[in-house]
Write a protein of this length. Structure first.
Length: 128
């Protein structure tokens, strides 16, 4: 596990994990704004094979609004990225820690906010 992310192995197949993480994020108030199918994109653009890997752009509108009020250019770090991928026959679910991402900004007002968002996304991942 990196210092900028939180990851766990889940006991689900890849498609079920994508479905379940989408549901658990919804339960925590997050919708999925974007889905990037990395495997399909690399196959289409480069003709290479890559394991199943999806980037989900999760957003909680009230958190997004609050963060943009504190830092207008914070949109550069939004939405919260959650990934689901296969590695060595196992399914992994991971997130970018908002505390790490928002720590780049250097705005102390964002610290408590980042901890709150991180707890919700981590809880969603833990319930996959």
């Amino acid at each position: 596990m990196s210092n900028y992310g939180y990851s766990r192995t889940v006991e689900l197949g890849y498609p079920q994990a994508v479905e379940r993480v989408t549901q658990t994020l919804k339960e925590e108030g997050f919708g999925i704004l974007t889905q990037i199918d990395v495997k399909a994109t690399l196959k289409e653009k480069l003709g290479v094979n890559f394991p199943n890997y999806i980037i989900l752009g999760a957003c909680n509108p009230s958190y997004a609004h609050k963060s943009l009020q504190l830092e207008t250019e914070l949109g550069l770090l939004l939405p919260c990225n959650v990934i689901v991928y296969e590695h060595e026959g196992k399914t992994q679910v991971a997130m970018l820690k908002p505390t790490a991402a928002l720590g780049l900004v250097g705005n102390p007002q964002l610290d408590e906010f980042a901890q709150e968002v991180e707890a919700k996304v981590k809880r969603a991942i833990d319930h996959v």
